[in-house]
Design a protein around this ligand. Structure first.
Ligand SMILES: [Zn+2]
Length: 280
């Protein structure tokens, strides 16, 4: 310290009701410079979605939080979208068809923020837990709609999915490819360090930076990003990885691997995927 290398967290949530900007200060003080700020699930911020416009409140909050983060001197790029588990929430009080259309319309609204330059990507995916066949089919339909929107806007689509190995990544890539979206815009969030597999398929991994994962990823190359999925949930303070994780791991790993791979991981890769500039 001080570190000259940009340090980017590819997937963080910040909730003004939880630690909020304090978590960003920790990130910055540890050497972090940029984050991709992902929408919190609607229910986690107390919004019960009944019509597409209800998502505007969810998205506006993310955009507003991003501008507060920038005031602290940390680059913040919003990715707006709908958590795939929302389908289970919505179907508690509406039909599956209605829920599917509502989520698709919500994603269309998210893509308009990208169009206006207020966000750099959209977020979709499919449930990470077992669901009935018809819910799985609907979720795939929603995810494919997100890919189409990503193609239209030429923007990134971040995915929250079931835990993946090669076959699951293949299935996701196939669904993306048929929409015509540029494959490097498809970001598998919470990815295992399957850097080569993702490279072959064209999709981009955001490697969840648990102990040992980045060393593993680096054995397969530098075509990946690093993330914590810092959740900033007042009820689950210790869940997932903390905001200091990416800066700390990067600084530690630079002792072994040097700076070079991290210029690619923290700057070149996110610049390409999200069409952004990472400057320090
Ligand atoms: Zn997340």
């Amino acid at each position: 310290m001080p570190v000259k290398v940009p340090i980017t967290d590819n997937h963080m949530h910040i909730d003004p009701r939880a630690r909020g900007l304090e978590a960003i200060k920790e990130f910055k003080n540890s050497g972090g410079t940029h984050i991709i700020l992902v929408t919190k699930p609607s229910w986690s911020i107390g919004i019960k979605v009944k019509k597409p416009d209800d998502y505007l409140r969810v998205f506006d909050e993310t955009v507003e939080t991003a501008s507060k983060i920038r005031e602290l001197g940390v680059g913040a790029f919003p990715v707006l979208g709908i958590h795939p588990a929302e389908i289970s929430k919505l179907t508690e009080y509406m039909e599956l068809r209605e829920a599917t259309e509502l989520m698709q319309k919500g994603l269309e609204l998210a893509s308009r923020y990208v169009e206006k330059g207020l966000a750099v990507g959209i977020k979709s995916g499919r449930p990470h837990y077992p669901v009935p066949e018809e819910v799985w089919a609907a979720s795939n339909e929603i995810m494919e709609h997100a890919f189409s929107l990503g193609k239209d806007q030429d923007c990134a689509v971040q995915l929250h999915t079931e835990s993946v190995g090669e076959p699951e990544l293949q299935d996701i890539a196939e669904r993306a490819r048929k929409t015509g979206i540029k494959m490097y815009r498809v970001v598998k969030h919470y990815s295992p360090p399957l850097v080569k597999t993702c490279e072959e398929l064209g999709i981009f991994p955001g490697v969840i930076s648990v102990k040992g994962a980045i060393e593993h990823a680096l054995e397969e190359g530098t075509r990946f990003m690093m993330e914590t999925d810092y959740i900033d949930d007042p009820d689950r303070p210790g869940a997932v990885l903390g905001p200091k994780t990416i800066p700390r791991r990067t600084i530690k790993l630079m002792e072994t691997y040097g700076e070079e791979p991290f210029w690619i991981i923290h700057k070149e890769n996110p610049e390409k995927v999200y069409d952004i500039e990472i400057e320090i």
